[in-house]
Ligand binder design. Sequence first.
Ligand code: GLN
Length: 511
Amino acid sequence: MLHLSVTELAAELSRGAFSSVELTRACLDRIRQRNPRLNAFITVCEESALAEAAGADRARARGDTRPLLGIPLAHKDIFCTRGLPTTCGSRMLRHFLPPYDAGVVEKLREAGAVLLGKTNMDEFAMGSSNETSFFGPVCNPHDPDKVPGGSSGGSAAAVAGGLCPMATGTDTGGSIRQPASFCGITGFKPSYGRVSRWGMIAFASSLDQAGTLTRTAADAALMMQAMAGLDPRDSTSVDRPVEDYAGEAGVSLRGLRVGVPLPHFTEGLSAGVEQGVRAALGELEKAGAELIDIDLPNNYLSVPAYYVVAPAEASANLSRYDGVRYGYRCEEPKDLEDLYTRTRSEGFGEEVKRRILVGTYALSAGYYDAYYVKAQRIRRLIRRDFARAFAKVDVIAGPTSPHVAFAHGAKADPVEMYLEDIFTIAVNLAGLPAISVPAGHDRGLPFGLHIIGPDFSEARVLGVAHQFQQLTDWHLQLPRDTHLSPTSPGHPPFRTPEDTHHSRNAREGAS
Ligand code: GLN
């Protein structure tokens, strides 16, 4: 049952092929078996998951038919979960037990999903490879020597590896779509404001948005139906009716105008991915879509603009981790200055510190206009380019990432890592919805087709992605061993909520 999509699992549960307890047990066994290698989960809540599953089975017996009832779920460890460790991949929050659930967590709980645990991620969601996590790197289920992408790499690896059928992620510059591309699954980022950011640990508040990691676009629609909507506790949450996200599942590709941005097919794109993406676009064309060349003239400025805006916002958001209120505190500080300095030096990893330095510099008097204000202007130009393009086309399509997953340690230069998001970042700067769907393999590893829509066109983007998945079967090509039934459990390889002091981190003790 572990290779089934959420949609299929929901159908099987409702016809009684197995119970939610059985399904949840299968996921927990699979986590025990695979997590020691993949390191996709930071925390697993076995007992509460089984209790929630039993509750879901009872509700179903009483006639409850909610679509996500009893379906196992994992949350990226950036979402606050009441009484359950929420680390954000950082030593700073290693022992943090939030007193409340994030909006997204509440909504998926209300939808009846069963929480299996929390997934690994780049520290504070800063990264594209999941190598910046305090809890150690995550491995790609298609090839454990390769990274899963990031920052939602734990969620992507968990879904791709058959550890859970659906997971949440967050996307500030590509962190859902790029790992989805690397792991051969479907990753959806909604429009900014569509999903509540309340209780989602802030990285760059004007860019952060929660979304989904699933096998199929139809599954993403089911999750989105539960997650979307106004939350008065998040002032950027949008007050507009939630569409029927499966409503355009039957959309015809005939006559659909698909914009193909030429800058997306230039330097840096590997030959295999380029060929594969052209073939994917060819599939859309064969089904009647019209491919139209478009220009996004300011796109090339998206990475530099992002690396001013995102660190600037991060430097402000992360100032709260001072060792006084919550989170890590250094041992025996001499005075207040020493408390701040050592807490932050020891609690944050290298990449997070780099961002804080860059952001603080960009916001400092004398540099603010030269960097921050300029970056915001570029952001407006990028948004305008998209608006102009969407006057001519219904969606825009291209590669999600320039290449397939790379080896651990292959990108030591931070700027090289920043260029990973060259195709995804503009979408965050403009606040648009976009999805990555599996579209091919290059050298045995998956890559994604990136489909972008205008503001709040979630249903259309999901519908086009669903139609693409009716024409292709890349989303069904799971890592080699995913069909195997779980073997007998060994030692629990994961942290349990009761065991918050235990960590398997290789960097333990490092400052
Ligand atoms: N890789 C980008 C970064 O490091 C985007 C991360 C994200 O979307 N959270 O900032």
